[in-house]
Design a protein around this ligand. Structure first.
Ligand code: SF4
Ligand code: SF4
Length: 211
């Protein structure tokens, strides 16, 4: 290889580096904020025992908590907040659901919190309901979004945009999970929901050069 060719390669590399560097700066100036991105929940494997159910997870969440959910005979969503320990959760007989959310297709209705600080207003055993869900083929699983215990992203977004047609809405997924769905065209990219989300579900969308 001739020395001239080395110089040409070197100049091409320098040119590409400069284009990326200045391209990022220009992109940032035109689009100063960050689009949010909703991350998928970790994979889970439910191991059903006589007195407990162990759920093995492929990843944890930012704050180490996750929701275990199942649908009930009324077609509604029942869930409980669980801490993750060593990528695993345990649901024991006698553990009760913390809340119930009414579900209408993809839409969500009223939420009832069944656990107060000192007692349960209504007891729904999660162990028994999960066993029934397996038998009757109802949706069940885990979700990294802490809805309805947390509603920070949608509540906060209401304070950022003037329209009631929010860019971030809670919706029911095919597997029964309740998660925010992000509608890009309506988002002014304040980036606040990324900061507010305690579990790391909402993250900064990767920039073209990070993909
Ligand atoms: S809080 Fe609302 S407006 Fe701000 S980035 Fe999130 S979705 Fe967009
Ligand atoms: S802020 Fe995060 S955890 Fe809370 S409801 Fe929104 S996505 Fe779920």
């Amino acid at each position: 290889m001739t020395p001239n060719r080395y110089i040409n390669y070197f100049l091409i590399i320098v040119l590409i580096t400069l284009v990326i560097y200045f391209g990022r700066k220009v992109y940032r100036e035109i689009f100063p904020g960050d689009y949010p991105m909703v991350t998928p929940t970790a994979e889970s494997k439910f191991i059903f025992g006589e007195n407990e159910i162990i759920v093995k997870l492929s990843a944890t969440t930012k704050n180490g908590n996750i929701i275990v959910y199942t649908y009930g005979p009324d077609g509604n969503f029942y869930g409980m907040l669980k801490p993750i320990k060593d990528l695993s959760i345990t649901i024991r007989k006698g553990d009760n659901a913390d809340f119930m959310v009414q579900v209408y297709g993809r839409e969500i209705g009223e939420t009832s919190f069944m656990k107060k600080m000192d007692r349960y207003i209504r007891k729904v055993g999660m162990y028994d309901l999960l066993i029934e869900a397996v038998e009757k083929k109802w949706n069940y699983g885990v979700q990294n979004c802490l809805y309805p215990i947390c509603t920070r992203c949608t509540d906060g977004c209401k304070s950022v945009v003037s329209t009631s047609n929010l860019p971030l809405v809670m919706s029911v997924m095919d597997n029964g999970e309740i998660k925010p769905v992000f509608r890009k065209g309506r988002c002014p990219r304040c980036g606040k929901c990324i900061i507010w989300c305690p579990s790391g579900v909402i993250q900064k969308e990767k920039q073209p050069w990070e993909k």
